[in-house]
Design a binder for this molecule. Structure first.
Ligand SMILES: *[C@@H]1O[C@H](CO)[C@@H](O)[C@H](O)[C@H]1NC(C)=O
Length: 489
């Protein structure tokens, strides 16, 4: 099973180094990692975090020979990022924020040693060993004084999305508040910040300007306030005066096709997927993923692909259209949700439902795995040099086998065979009786006749030394004879 998440691998050499490991579950669990202490003083270790298919989106690098936690922190720190995370032996990622779903995972998930120092943890499959410089990452200003953030928008394709630019006396002081204040003062009800220091105003979003759903856009800092975002190249951090806080576009814009479209509440069109069947819509756990054993995310997500990703787990759940989670149990706080809360089409097949925000469409295995059959006792066909002969009665007035005999509590067919084949005795027949008795001989006494096999399969007379073997019965012998080729012994 290979995750479809695009890996950040540079060159074939790294693939060769990694083979054959391809999945989080197959990593050896390593203990005793030491998180290095000689990182820049403002940076601290945060723990092991889920990589949702880029929790840190600021880029990174790959080093199959020399990756360490310190080198990754140094790299991201030099680029001005607030987070650094190592992953999967040799990958380093940087970012200023953690993507949705990039939440703490079990420390033991970060089990891949760093390529440059195997005493250090370098994440795992879809897991980041995470460091933070202690600085609050920039945020999207939610809007003030009647303005509301409506998200990151692309510039228009046939002209400006917002028609009027506000030229400030000093654009190095630009903030969201300066721009929105200027737009409303000029009676415009949309305001957008672009490329850090540009402020645009208008009464419609025009010319094809549209929401960018990918949360990685609009990440340039405002020159007048490095704690908030002011758009990016050809991307507007958009505000609406009196807006509801949800995306709004004028009639001249088009809704991007990627927008998850809620569908009417109904049972899923696909009650069965592979060996799984639909369980229901389920909430996430409290401060933890509902299904936490494994996760992956990709744009070709379908119920079928997630079921394959989760092969071997009792449950799989899809969420937010493109996320897939696996587990054998639900974490605390995860409870059934109304069916109509799971509404997002799967990114790879819009006929299927793949959960919603913080809602999982959960399937469970329909075919319970049978516990391994309990071993049952038997009279094995071959014991040492002997083969099974028959179930036999004792003699009429004497023991059926009149050679050497012994009895002990550790009796097994093997030990009795050894007793009868011993140097001094070397008898061609042995029989066990009454769980702990062993008789040897070369012939049967008068009156000893075959008994029904069922009488030598009496669970009251298992061998005392091996409960998976029968040792005769009451006045009944499980008899073995030396194999024909060995009879000249
Ligand atoms: C800077 O931006 C943050 C986030 O939007 C905001 O909370 C804070 O008030 C701003 N500071 C100033 C001085 O504008």
């Amino acid at each position: 099973m290979v995750s479809s998440v695009t890996r950040f691998v540079f060159g074939l050499s790294s693939i060769a180094v990694l083979a054959p490991v391809s999945h989080a579950r197959s990593f050896p669990r390593q203990v005793g990692f030491t998180v290095p202490s000689d990182i820049p003083s403002s940076w601290t270790y945060q723990g092991c975090y889920i990589d949702v298919g880029r929790t840190l989106t600021g880029g990174g690098y790959d080093d199959v020979i020399g990756m360490t936690d310190e080198s990754c922190v140094a790299y991201c720190s030099n680029l001005g990022y607030h987070y650094a995370g190592t992953e999967y032996f040799h990958e380093c990622y940087c970012g200023d924020t953690l993507a949705v779903g990039g939440v703490p995972a079990s420390a033991s998930d970060c089990s891949t040693p760093c390529s440059g120092d195997p005493t250090q943890p370098c994440g795992g499959g879809n897991r980041l060993t995470l460091f933070w410089d202690g600085q609050v990452p920039p945020v999207v200003n939610p809007g003030e004084d009647g303005w509301n953030s409506i998200g990151c928008y692309s510039e228009g394709t046939t002209g400006r999305a917002l028609a009027y630019q506000y030229l400030t006396p000093d654009d190095t002081l630009m903030t969201v508040d300066i721009c929105t204040t200027a737009c409303i003062a000029n009676e415009y009800n949309f305001a957008g910040l672009e490329y850090g220091d540009e402020c645009w105003c208008g009464n419609d979003i025009e010319n094809g300007g549209a929401p960018i759903l990918d949360s990685t856009g609009c990440d340039m800092l405002c020159p007048g306030n490095a704690s908030e975002n002011c758009g990016a190249a050809l991307q507007l951090e958009m505000y609406q005066f009196g807006g509801t806080g949800t995306s709004t576009t004028s009639s001249s814009t088009t809704t991007p096709s990627a927008t998850p479209t809620p569908t009417p509440a109904s049972d899923p069109a696909f009650p069965n997927v592979g060996t799984y069947s639909y369980l229901g819509c389920q909430t996430e756990g409290t401060l933890t993923r509902a299904l936490s054993a494994y996760m992956t995310a990709y744009d070709s997500m379908t119920l079928e692909s997630c079921s394959v990703d989760c092969t071997g787990y009792t449950y799989f759940g899809t969420e937010y259209g493109r996320e897939c989670y696996c587990g054998n149990s639900f974490s605390a706080g995860s409870v059934p949700a109304p069916q109509d809360e799971c509404t997002y089409p799967c990114a790879g097949n819009d006929a299927e439902i793949c959960g919603a925000g913080l809602r999982l469409s959960v399937y469970s295995t329909t075919v319970p795995v049978d516990p391994p059959a309990a071993p049952t006792p038997s009279n094995p066909a071959v014991v040492g040099a002997y083969e099974y002969y028959s179930c036999m009665t004792e003699g009429a007035n004497s023991r059926a086998l009149q050679g050497y005999s012994t009895a002990y509590d550790s009796m097994t067919l093997e030990s009795c065979a050894a007793d009868c084949a011993g140097f001094e005795y070397c008898e061609s027949l042995f029989g066990t009786e009454y769980s702990r008795e062993c008789y040897c001989g070369n012939s049967f006494a008068a009156g000893s006749v075959p008994a029904p096999e069922s009488e030598c399969q009496n669970t009251n007379f298992l061998c005392m030394g091996d409960v998976l073997e029968f040792c005769g019965g009451s006045k009944i012998l499980s008899v073995y004879q030396l194999a024909p080729t060995k009879i000249s012994h």
